[in-house]
Design a protein around this ligand. Structure first.
Ligand code: TYM
Length: 331
């Protein structure tokens, strides 16, 4: 079966609706057809300043959210990045074949450094996409299900893997991004010009663990557009389009069907229906997360099993890379 790898950072808010619709839901759907590896990327989460206790807690909560979102630890390999040392080890090698200019062109870093200045940011944030490439290449990954904002990182992964293969001999599988168009970029409810994001936070974000009343309120006060028609038109009606796409994604109803059902009805009706559909997803999700967090020992044991399965794949890949690159094989 083709191999799938993806991950999310255990930082900021817990997962938000964009993470869920753009990534997690896709991950769950891929489990039957693919050999799936899903990682809580805690190494990535320390690149911009963090609190150690909060990070530990967040990593467990993120793993619980993966499971609540439909990741089955029996069918998928679910693990925490720092439990598998090969990620950091391969990242070093890849860093040595990455151009400085090439890394400087990564837009996530550029945006951040642009906002805070290069003095306000870290080398870890700069090399972040290289660590991400290591995550992906270690598992001979064919497909990487992510949102649109990760496309460039997957592209860099392909470039680095291809460069390594050309220089040192066939070693890595080159992955493709898997980015379903409709949910590739869920927008901020208050600012539909921007994607929903942890770093933006604010009342335009739906945190999956928010109080259901807050979720409802935020959806009902979403910014819509002028006019009154409920149609998908990303250019002129980004706010309404976002709501229709969210409704379609959580209910499985086709966009065209939703447009048809809302003919002649107003934005208020749309918001009401979106709120109730999102709550139908979020309420059972939260219940499941709470149950899982009630037994942290069980969760930790499950993550230990995942790490061991992950290492069985990652270690031979790293060994292969070590040999190709010319490191002396220890006697
Ligand atoms: P992260 O933690 O920022 O986001 C996790 C996933 O959620 C997607 N996403 C969205 N999708 C649609 N609409 C949105 N508004 C939205 N916001 C976030 C992201 O595209 C992502 O798929 N660098 C990665 C984590 C990572 C990774 C990896 C991913 C590390 N190693 C290896 C894939 C493979 C990140 O920061 O994602």
């Amino acid at each position: 079966r083709p191999r799938v790898f993806s991950g999310m950072q255990p930082t900021g808010s817990s997962l938000h609706l964009g993470n869920y619709l753009g990534a997690l839901r896709q991950w769950a759907a891929m489990q039957d057809e693919y050999d799936t590896f899903y990682c809580v990327v805690d190494l990535h989460a320390i690149t911009a300043g963090h609190d150690p206790d909060a990070l530990r807690e967040r990593s467990r909560v993120t793993a619980a959210q993966y499971i609540a979102g439909g990741i089955d630890p029996e069918r998928s390999t679910l693990f925490v990045q720092s439990h598998v040392p090969e990620h950091a080890q391969l990242a070093w090698i890849l860093g040595c074949i990455t151009g400085f200019g090439e890394a400087s062109r990564m837009t996530q870093f550029k945006d951040r450094a642009g906002r805070e200045g290069t003095e306000g940011t870290t080398v870890g944030l700069f090399t972040y996409p290289i660590l991400q490439a290591a995550d992906i290449l270690l598992y001979d990954t064919d497909m990487v299900p992510v949102g649109e904002d990760q496309r460039q990182h997957v592209e860099l992964t392909r470039n680095l893997g291809g460069r390594f293969n050309a220089r040192f001999g066939e070693t890595f599988v080159l992955p493709k991004p898997y980015i379903p168009e409709e949910t590739a970029k869920i927008l901020d409810l208050q600012d539909p010009g921007a994607k929903m994001s942890k770093s933006m936070g604010g009342s335009g974000l739906i945190d999956l663990l928010d109080d259901p009343k807050v979720v409802e309120k935020r959806i009902k006060s979403a910014v819509t557009d002028s006019g009154r028609e409920i149609v998908v038109d990303p250019e002129n009606k980004p706010g309404v389009t976002n709501l229709v796409i969210i409704l379609s994604a959580v209910t499985g109803r086709a966009v065209a069907q939703i447009e048809h059902d809302f003919e002649g009805r107003g934005y208020g009706d749309l918001k009401k229906e979106v709120a109730s559909a999102v709550l139908d997803t979020v309420v059972p999700f939260q219940k499941r997360v709470r149950e899982l967090l009630d037994d942290p020992a069980e969760l930790d044991a499950l993550l230990a099993r995942g790490a061991s399965k992950a290492r069985d794949v990652a270690a031979p890949t790293l060994r292969r890379a070590y040999e190709r690159v010319g490191f002396l094989v220890p006697a």
